[in-house]
Design a protein around this ligand. Sequence first.
Ligand code: ATP
Ligand code: MG
Ligand code: MG
Ligand code: MG
Length: 463
Amino acid sequence: MIRTKIKTALSTAQPGETIKVSGWVRTRRDSKSGFSFVELNDGSCMTNLQIVIDQNVPDYEATIKDVNTGASISVTGKVNESPGKNQRIELHAESFVLYGTADPDTYPLQKKRHSFEFLREIAHLRPRTNTFGAITRVRNEAAAAIHRFFQTRGFVYIQTPIITTSDCEGAGEMFQVTTLNLERLAQVKTEIDFSQDFFGKPASLTVSGQLEAEIFATSIGECYTFGPTFRAENSNTSRHLAEFWMIEPEMPFYDLQDNMALAESFVRTVISDVLENCSEDMEFFNQRIDNTTLETLTNITSHEFIQISYTEAIEIVKSSGKKFDYPIEWGSDMQSEHERFLTEEYFKQPVIVYNYPRTIKPFYMRCNDDGKTVCAMDVLVPGVGEIIGGSQREERYDVLIDRMKEGGLNPDDYWWYTDLRKYGTVPHSGFGLGFERLIQLITSMTNIRDCIPFPRTPKNAEF
Ligand code: ATP
Ligand code: MG
Ligand code: MG
Ligand code: MG
């Protein structure tokens, strides 16, 4: 018999029906009168299915003592109406199979709340907890919603390279790729030029697929990437990872205003979809992690974002009278504390800041006529700060070349990129959303390490 997922059983199974369910035991309670209650979870939803196993079930006496928290079992039985208030049904076992035991003396996930720090040390088991089950399902739904959003608008999903030579952000935060193997290392430990070690040429892991995405935006039209991105930033904040996932749409014939409108609609639509399709998990985050989660998200989906220029933003922050760790002046990048002040205290909703100083933004952003700012925009949200960075791209060949030189780049290294301006150039725009930052916003998890299945941070790549 094929197993029924517990999510399906809880919503559709009818009393009298015979079904089989399989999963991992959350708890077992034995009554004195010869039967046991087992709470079973199979990952399909937050709620456990209650199972009654009595002494008439074959092997009950011999096996039930090993049906402990963490053990894996299959149960076939009859669906009954549940006498309890919290559940519609329960399952009365007719037979069960114990696949794998979990020794209560060593199984790390006993029935209690574990700290997120502890769970990070057992990242291979944490998806079996309520919180990580919920995060995993929400991540899945958000990813599906992102594809839906773009696909229904005619955007083409493209795959940009992970191994590349372009330092798109110009920040020197790239991981170098080498063909090093242990044998070579032993032989030539000191003689390898690691900066030229992709078979004798330089190569790095991508920090952004944007430049490559622009190739497709300027040929097939609106497109987007959704892939892993790497930044060798030795930062230990609660919102930076060395490996994270980025969604980067790129649109020809979009100006900055069109870009901001798309970004806003994108964030609001994805959040709405998750609220609608993951309601049980979202209730959980609201109850267990932060009781303002649902209110904040509903607010985001039902109000227009604020749009202010960088210059206005700096004025607001400076005249607030608030003490910040890093005082800010026009010309420097906003820190998370300033971004959070704007979204959490001042406006109490998402803010799009546009027209940043050109000196703090990469070469590819379109220069404004004032000579001081570029057509950049960041989407800032409560609880997280920046989740999106975007811009209208510099489509004028000569200006682009000047900007590259200004930023210390050799335009010859980017000949394929400058060709896009040489031949049939068009105004275009795009942005990058950090997927884990979005998950942080949706789940209210305070640490980004808890928003990705396998967090990679400095000194942490084991599993
Ligand atoms: P921040 O100012 O927070 O360091 P950034 O301005 O360096 O971010 P961008 O280069 O604009 O980041 O990248 C686009 C988006 O990718 C950001 O808005 C953010 O959502 C996400 N992002 C950037 N760096 C990281 C990181 N190290 N870990 C997780 N997400 C990141
Ligand atoms: Mg950064
Ligand atoms: Mg930034
Ligand atoms: Mg940015």
